[in-house]
Design a protein around this ligand. Sequence first.
Ligand SMILES: C[S@@+](CC[C@H](N)C(=O)[O-])C[C@H]1O[C@@H](n2cnc3c(N)ncnc32)[C@H](O)[C@@H]1O
Length: 456
Amino acid sequence: MSRPAHLRDKAVDQPRAAARDTLRAIRERDAYANLVLPKLLRERQITGRDAALATELAYGTARATGILDQIIASAADRPVADIDGPVLDVLRLGSYQLLRTRIGAHAAVSTSVDLIRSEMGQGPAGFVNAVLRKVSQRDEELWIDQLAPPIADDVIGHLAFQYAHPRWIAQVFSDALGGSAGQLQALLAADDERPPVHLAALPGMITAEELALTSDGEVGTLSPYAVYLAGGDPGALEAVREGWARVQDEGSQLVARALSLAPTVGEDTGRWLDLCAGPGGKAAMLGALADIAGARVDAVEIAEHRAELVRSAVRDLPVTVMVGDGRDPGLEPGFDRVLVDAPCTGLGSLRRRPEARWRRRPADVADLVVLQRELLTAALGLARPGGVVAYSTCSPHLDETRGVLDEVLAEHPAVELLDARELVPAPDLGDGLTVQLWPHRHGTDAMFLAVLRRAV
Ligand SMILES: C[S@@+](CC[C@H](N)C(=O)[O-])C[C@H]1O[C@@H](n2cnc3c(N)ncnc32)[C@H](O)[C@@H]1O
């Protein structure tokens, strides 16, 4: 058996080898960068600046893949489908360094050539050398000028190329933003950055101020539980190890909090429900809030392995986890508060999943929308008269947000749409009664929230 590529040649740059192996796992087995890379870094004992470099290169290249491929195809004068996978991984990594980092051209090209030579020999190394030299003849701006649709003809296509998004996703964002090119540009730019880590200080366990002090972080500006972490490994923090704090986007914290605050008609009887709970971020926040309110949460999750994640997330909280289909979970109706944090395209959290934007397809939306409607309808059936239902998605796609909501409301004329904006302490939440958070406006994922109430 041949030795793993990263061990074959000691001269190979270890951070780049780890980034290359992450890109390979994404390409070959649809792996997630943020699961693969940390494991590789641990196994290979890559730490400090080297770990930071590997992370920047792996995540940055994964985010920009679709655009780098167009540049590589032009420089190689052939479609990327005709290039061997391992060679393509190294070309992507090299092109990323040339076009989107301050790494010098010589280092970017020579480390790439070394990587491929140690694994595949002189022939492919010569090809990588020739293609990367061509890539290096222009900077990113000149490649955009050459390959992106002209801004005058197709502003969305141009911005999508410039900020490394598939065009269809830029179109989805543009639609949700009401067509403003300036807003779209700001959003795509924010979405093209690595986001800061947000922690949630679980209420009743630790305050955001205490957490900020002990984590060297900064108290968040929107959620009263949020702390922004400057860097470092959140898993190493005592508050996280003890379960008092979690890694959770500030937008998700606001959604769980909004459900806990939504006005029911009649007293809250203490029965709360999370209908799509895995992996348990919002279930934990709801559990902590329920504990303070003297309530209990039932958490439903269809996938056993994700239900297991919920169980570990809600340990010591008043949350009962069950594996089931939220459309028919077999629970006694009569809940005061129900959360439908629906399975969705996740287009609102692309910043946090480097490779996701190139994996999603427009066709994914139609099936999800059907499921979302069914889950929201089931939630209304499980809520008591006067009870409230929060519908949220980590996607701003109008079909998944307003589209689902409008259809379900049309079928349930007695259900009232409450003003969710009153439950979310943030500016610029959009027109209408629903909330749309945005990375460029709020620094959160692009979460959507609507709050409905059953008639008495
Ligand atoms: C957006 S995620 C929920 C995230 C979660 N609320 C959190 O904050 O950690 C949607 C979840 O719904 C689950 N799911 C999908 N279809 C479902 C169904 N029919 N019933 C219940 N859960 C479902 C998925 O497995 C996934 O874990």
